[in-house]
Write a protein that binds this ligand. Structure first.
Ligand SMILES: Nc1ncnc2c1ncn2[C@@H]1O[C@H](COP(=O)(O)OP(=O)(O)OP(=O)(O)O)[C@@H](O)[C@H]1O
Length: 370
């Protein structure tokens, strides 16, 4: 069972990069605000809003405080709590709290990797499938502009995106396969053509994708990020209420440096990295069952220990993964007792203990349910 007991590392909104040259008074006030915000607890997660990475872009300009609060659809009350907590600041004329949320979505998680081709989309799809098997409602946003393969992996390769007019403007309607709701940047492009977007266009399209999809009610939204730490990842991370990252790597030593960079990027913006999945850890011999470490060994353990991120699972190489991806059927749904299905099942249960129904029941008075 993955260790989800304490997935949140201490984060300090005051330590985020300053955009302007630091003014000592503003810095002192920002530290004061951060300290106060550490007193605002999220009851289900038993952690404060700063440690959870919910407070970002905190700025103090003269006597005014500005911040963004990244929350799930069930956590809007934290906006009032933050306002109340900061109401007593003697020097503060007004606190502006911008609520950043995705309508209907409780928990947004990112699936990320330091480099391409390590199995990030495979992890996202199989984890989404494993989560649906726990009874959760799950959406998958394929934001990998370099290789948007998720529609194919769910058997939705050539589908068209429908748009609905709403009083709040246009909304994309997600596709659905195997009880997973899906939206993908790949569905915007002609097949076989690259998504050749320059910076501002890419920023606009990704932002639209995050905010203009009509997901309905979701327990989990998984975002399959593009690999690395470039513009696209930063846009997505800044625009979405990601409350944690699942980091995917391979056992190879060369993958470790990329993971390190990626983890530091998330920590810099205050987003907690919850766990590490080491993919392609070994090949199980079809005859004798002997594991062979094709891509080296030890990378996952090394980076997990160094960065203090729990290693949630070591996923073997299994040819059925490729076959099921081509067939559009996630392995946990087709072969629930395959080792890979079991590993993702355990990770899904662990996530539910932290974010799901299990955790909600724990923090409610006896006998009450939502
Ligand atoms: N554990 C595994 N066993 C066998 N094949 C795997 C495994 N994990 C991934 N693959 C295969 O490796 C290839 C790359 O996987 P995937 O597309 O998930 O990687 P990615 O990190 O998302 O890549 P990209 O950065 O290009 O989006 C795919 O063909 C996939 O089916």
């Amino acid at each position: 069972m993955p260790n989800h007991a304490s997935p949140f590392q201490p984060a300090d909104a005051a330590s985020q990069p300053e955009s302007a040259s630091p003014d000592p008074q503003a810095l002192a006030r920002k530290a004061e605000v951060t300290q106060l915000l550490k007193g605002v607890m999220e009851p289900q997660l038993s952690a404060d809003v700063v440690g959870l990475g919910m407070v970002r872009n905190l700025r103090v300009v003269d006597d005014y405080v500005y911040l963004r609060l990244y929350v799930g659809s069930h956590q809007h009350q934290l906006q009032d709590r933050v306002q109340q907590q900061l109401a007593g600041l003697p020097w503060c004329k007004k606190v502006y709290v911008q609520l950043c949320t995705i309508s209907g979505v409780r928990t947004t998680l990112a699936v990320s990797s330091g480099k391409g081709g390590v199995g990030k989309s495979t992890t996202a799809v199989n984890l989404a499938a494993a989560l649906t098997q726990t009874g959760a409602s799950v959406g998958l946003l394929d934001a990998d502009i370099y290789g948007p393969n998720v529609p194919q992996m769910l058997g939705l390769g050539q589908s068209n995106v429908q748009v609905r007019e709403t009083p709040d403007g246009q909304r994309f309607i997600p596709l659905e396969a195997h009880r997973i709701r899906l939206m993908s940047v790949g569905l915007l492009a002609q097949s076989d053509h690259p998504l050749a977007w320059r910076g501002p266009v890419m920023h606009k399209i990704l932002t639209q994708f995050i905010h203009e999809v009509d997901w309905g009610e979701l327990d989990y939204l998984l975002i399959d990020l593009p690999p690395g730490t470039g513009d696209a990842q930063i846009t997505i991370v800044q625009e979405s209420p990601i409350c944690g990252v699942v980091m995917v790597t391979t056992p190879q030593q060369v993958a470790v440096a990329d993971v390190r960079r990626s983890v530091h990027m998330f920590r810099q913006v205050g987003v907690p990295v919850l766990g590490l999945v080491e993919n392609m850890s070994y090949l199980l011999c079809g005859h004798c069952g002997e594991p062979t470490p094709i891509f080296g060994a030890g990378g996952g353990e090394q980076i997990a220990a160094e960065l203090q991120v729990p290693l949630w699972g070591k996923v073997p190489i299994d040819p059925r993964i490729c076959a099921q991806a081509d067939a559009g059927m996630p392995l946990p749904l087709q072969v629930p007792d395959a080792p890979i299905s079991q590993i993702f099942g355990q990770i899904a249960l662990g996530l539910n203990q932290t974010f799901g129904q299990d955790a909600r029941e724990k923090c409610q008075p006896q006998g009450m349910t939502e």
